[in-house]
Design a protein around this ligand. Structure first.
Ligand code: ATP
Ligand code: MG
Length: 356
């Protein structure tokens, strides 16, 4: 560690892009050193899984080399597992269980819920709520094969992978300010392939779900309707989106069916959570590239009837330069911020924890 504090970088890999960000300092005083986004060619990652290790290794090296305003200068990194590959569940554990039997009890309970044997997964867990007579435990896991491929790629790229986190935990870290036990928010990350909805309540993640409707689906619906190429349809989507006035609302009308399907899924999750817990979601925080779609925030607020805003992942990060399209970096910013925490390896879920 230097006199300037720690230095860590995060790496967020989707089917379409690699985002990298290096921060230095401390969690309460983080400074942006480097950041960047590299578009990925197809068939390197498919549905969140590595397809071509060699090409991914090269792409990671390239993504690191071309960050702005300078190249990433540390090899210490954190990785956010694509949420669609994460197995996440909550279990309740009675406080009557003896401390030395807790681990066994948690694993036994989890086994009843998840469709994998413990020997097939890497896992970690943490207590998210401490009730009068039980603990609520968040258990996260990934199939070994899936993470092994990423681990191998990081090694081949000469990186020191120290922590494997998951996307929604990272978004919470970058997008939400101080913990307030009364706040219950829905963070909705609308990316290219998937939408992740995470419900943050009592200062913790209480629910997450992946919905396979996102930016690509929007573009495809325009391309199909007007017989356009994907690229041409992207331009229409980015220029007019859900604006009811622009181009007489024609693009919005084409997008209507897809966006309504997405909203129905989001509403279902929000209602499920609210009904189950008796809590009220007071705000939607949007992130992911599709949050840039014109008027999407207004559209959501009106149709779901909950205040909606576009998040800012840079509120905890000092930066010399002006960053455009900040919202792309919500996951990777939260990941790099974790590196600056006092005890980043133990602080949250680390799927590397039980790997010998
Ligand atoms: N100005 C814009 N208007 C509408 N959509 C946009 C705009 N800019 C980018 N997008 C969309 O954002 C999506 C990419 O967002 P993002 O980078 O968050 O996704 P990703 O992390 O690569 O994918 P995922 O998380 O789904 O695996 C694409 O569908 C792209 O078309
Ligand atoms: Mg993403």
């Amino acid at each position: 560690m230097s006199i300037f504090g720690k230095k860590y970088f995060g790496i967020d890999i989707s089917d379409n892009a690699i985002k990298a960000m290096e921060l230095s300092g401390s969690f309460s005083s983080a400074t942006l050193n480097s950041y960047g986004n590299l578009d990925l060619q197809t068939k390197i990652i498919k549905n969140g899984q590595v397809v071509n290790k060699k090409l991914l290794t090269e792409a990671i090296k390239q993504a690191i080399a071309q960050t702005q305003p300078k190249k990433i200068s540390t090899t210490s990194c954190l990785f956010a597992l694509p949420e669609s590959k994460l197995i996440l569940t909550h279990v309740k554990i009675s406080k009557k269980i003896q401390q030395e039997n807790l681990n066994k009890e948690i694993l036994q309970k989890v086994q009843e819920i998840i469709p994998f044997q413990l020997k097939e997964i890497y896992y970690d867990y943490k207590t998210v709520l401490d009730y009068e007579d039980y603990y609520e435990i968040l258990f996260a896991a990934v199939q070994k094969d899936i993470l092994n491929d990423f681990i191998e790629v990081f090694k081949n790229a000469n990186l020191d992978l120290e922590i494997v986190d998951f996307e929604s935990a990272c978004m919470v870290r970058s997008l939400i300010g101080n913990c307030n036990m009364n706040d219950a928010y829905a963070i909705i990350d609308i990316g290219g392939r998937t939408t992740i909805i995470s419900i943050y309540d009592y200062c913790n993640i209480r629910f997450t779900n992946n919905i396979s409707i996102a930016g690509n689906t929007f573009t495809e619906s325009i391309a199909t309707k007007w017989d356009l190429s994907f690229q041409e349809a992207e331009e229409f989507k980015k220029s007019y989106g859900l604006d009811p006035v622009a181009e007489e609302g024609k693009v919005m009308l084409v997008l209507q069916k897809t966006i309504q399907e997405l909203l129905a899924a989001v509403k279902k999750d929000i209602n499920y959570y609210q009904d189950k817990t008796g809590r009220k979601i007071s705000k939607i925080i949007l992130c992911g590239g599709s949050a840039l779609m014109p008027k999407i925030s207004d559209y959501l607020a009106k149709n779901i009837n909950i205040t909606s805003e576009i998040g800012n992942p840079f509120t905890k990060i000092k930066s010399q330069q002006k960053i455009t399209d900040k919202i792309f970096y919500a996951t990777v910013a939260g990941l790099a911020l974790r590196g600056l925490e006092k005890n980043p390896h133990k602080l949250g879920i680390n799927l590397l924890k039980n790997i010998k």
